[in-house]
Design a protein around this ligand. Structure first.
Ligand code: GLU
Length: 505
């Protein structure tokens, strides 16, 4: 089992989501790659919640993230407990707001060593400075105004009642590291925007600082995260060095892109995993698809389950270029995984979706387990997502079918032909059905009817399909009639005939 894999190596990776929004597809992909890497090498997968942005963090988002990761099957070896369980692991607590004394202690250390200094610049002053640089078309950068204040000057600011933020002194030189995906990265410290704030004036520590303290404290060996963090990495490396900590290895994953190659964002695209779950993507399909967002086996193989992904995943094989999100491919993969479910599993997974159809008033009653089981052969190969079940088979569970009369008449037919087609079909179905209401009994006489009248069988079948289901796309027609049963089939044909004018001439 992947979730209880033995730890056989010193490799330790982490996913460090901020609970400031629901589980994002990018976070899920990053979590998956960390998980696969850890499982592949027998390492430890840690989950840490970066909740220091108190104003934007919420417990509801935290729950959405933890539940979503569990749902995907990405269980962590160490991390916060869920649903009343104890946190797991020797390096807790795993919520940053419960780790504040650790950051304060490290901040004191950097301050005492003069690697960090108090900065009294006000927000207005910093904003004016930013605007000046912008007007001069220069990148934002801290001027260093407070970098060399004397103790007396600092005391004067404090006496004025100014709060001091703590800024990290970046110094000079080049930060270089070997990214496991991107190769050698070298950044001149002169280009990282000057000394940066690690603790705000109100005492809250910032991400660049907390992430380093925690990665060090939690003995993280490999930091695997999105490429949007690449420009943060030099800032982190400088802090690891200043704190005398070992620097982990880094691997920056390609961004997930919209089809127009812009960065996938929640404004433009559906990014919350919860929305994909609500549509009826299944974990097998989503996990498989997420794994292929920026990685491939190097072969044509596409259908890979979690176990197999754990066995095959190689961080070095992750692509450098952006990974374009392809909804069609996701649906195709998901459909493939739906086909692989056992009938019992599919019934279980369809149930909540049928119940949702009932609650929304789109069907009149939720079918029993046995009824869903009977449906499985009709729908299993036709569901890109579980949520499509309503469109595909909801007509079976409505008392009164609403039919759009315009849909009833096939393209090549007029209403008179449709009417006589349905009248004749009703006779044939009633007669054939009295022998046995089975697909094999119904199909031949209906084909014979079409032939006798010089109709294309497809047109006649389409008219019948719309008459009994209200839709043009359904499971195979004769199976559909059998599923409806003789009474409802004949009654629906009757009702459809009544919608067509008796004598259109
Ligand atoms: N909390 C950060 C985020 O959500 C973590 C980034 C990192 O992995 O260092 O993006």
């Amino acid at each position: 089992m992947t979730d209880s894999a033995p730890i056989t190596s010193d490799v330790r990776v982490r996913i460090a989501p901020s609970p400031t929004g629901p589980l994002h597809i990018g976070t899920a992909r990053t979590a998956l790659f960390n998980f696969l890497f850890a499982r592949h090498v027998g390492g430890t997968f840690v989950l840490r919640l970066e909740d220091t942005d108190v104003a934007r963090s919420s417990l509801a988002y935290e729950k959405d993230i933890l539940d979503g990761l569990h749902w995907l099957g990405l269980t962590w070896d160490e991390g916060p407990g869920v649903a009343g369980e104890e946190a797991r692991g020797p390096y807790g607590p795993y919520r940053q707001m419960e780790r504040l004394p650790r950051y304060a202690e490290a901040a004191d250390r950097l301050r005492a060593a003069d690697r960090a200094y108090p900065c009294f610049c006000t927000a207005d002053e910093l904003e004016a400075e930013r605007k000046r640089l912008e007007a001069a078309k220069l990148p934002p950068r801290y001027s260093g105004r407070c970098a060399r204040l004397t103790e007396a000057e600092r005391a004067a600011f404090v006496a004025e009642g100014r709060w001091a933020a703590l800024r990290f002194r970046v110094g000079e030189g080049v930060v270089a590291f070997d990214d496991m995906i991107r190769g050698r990265v070298e950044i001149d410290v002169a280009n990282i925007g000057g000394d940066y704030v690690i603790v705000r004036g109100d005492g809250t520590p910032l991400y660049h600082f907390t992430v380093v303290i925690d990665d060090a404290a939690m003995r993280i060996t490999h930091v695997i995260r999105g490429e949007d963090h690449l420009s943060n990495t030099p800032k982190h490396i400088l802090l690891f060095q200043a704190l005398g900590e070992e620097i982990p290895r880094f691997a920056h994953l390609p961004l997930i892109l919209n089809p127009d190659r812009t960065k996938m964002s929640k404004r433009k695209s559906q990014t919350a995993i919860g929305d994909y779950i609500s549509e009826g993507f299944i974990r097998e399909g989503l996990v498989n698809y997420l794994a292929l967002l920026g990685w491939s086996t190097g072969t044509e193989e596409e259908l890979l389950g979690l176990e197999e992904l754990c066995a095959r995943f190689e961080l070095e094989a992750v692509h450098k270029g952006g990974a374009v999100f392809d909804r069609e491919r996701l649906e195709w993969l998901n459909g493939q995984w739906i086909r692989r479910l056992t009938p019992g599993a599919l019934v279980e997974r369809l149930q909540p979706f049928l119940e949702a159809e009932r609650v929304a008033g789109r069907i009149d009653r939720a079918p029993s387990e046995d009824e869903i089981l009977a449906l499985v052969p009709l729908v299993q190969e036709r569901l890109p997502v579980l949520g499509a079940i309503g469109d595909l088979a909801g007509f079976l569970f409505v008392d009164r079918l609403e039919i759009d009369p315009a849909l009833l008449t096939p393209k090549r037919w007029d209403t008179a032909t449709t009417r006589s087609g349905l009248v004749a079909a009703r006779e044939v179905i009633a007669a054939a059905g009295s022998v046995a209401f089975e697909a094999d009994e119904l199909e031949p006489p209906l084909r014979a009817l079409a032939e006798a009248r010089g109709w294309k069988a497809g047109d006649l079948f389409m008219a019948i399909r719309v008459a009994v289901t209200g839709r043009t796309a359904t499971p195979p027609l004769f199976d559909t009639l059998v599923a409806l049963g003789p009474e409802r089939t004949l009654a629906r044909l009757e009702a459809a005939i009544a919608l067509l004018p008796d004598d259109p001439t």
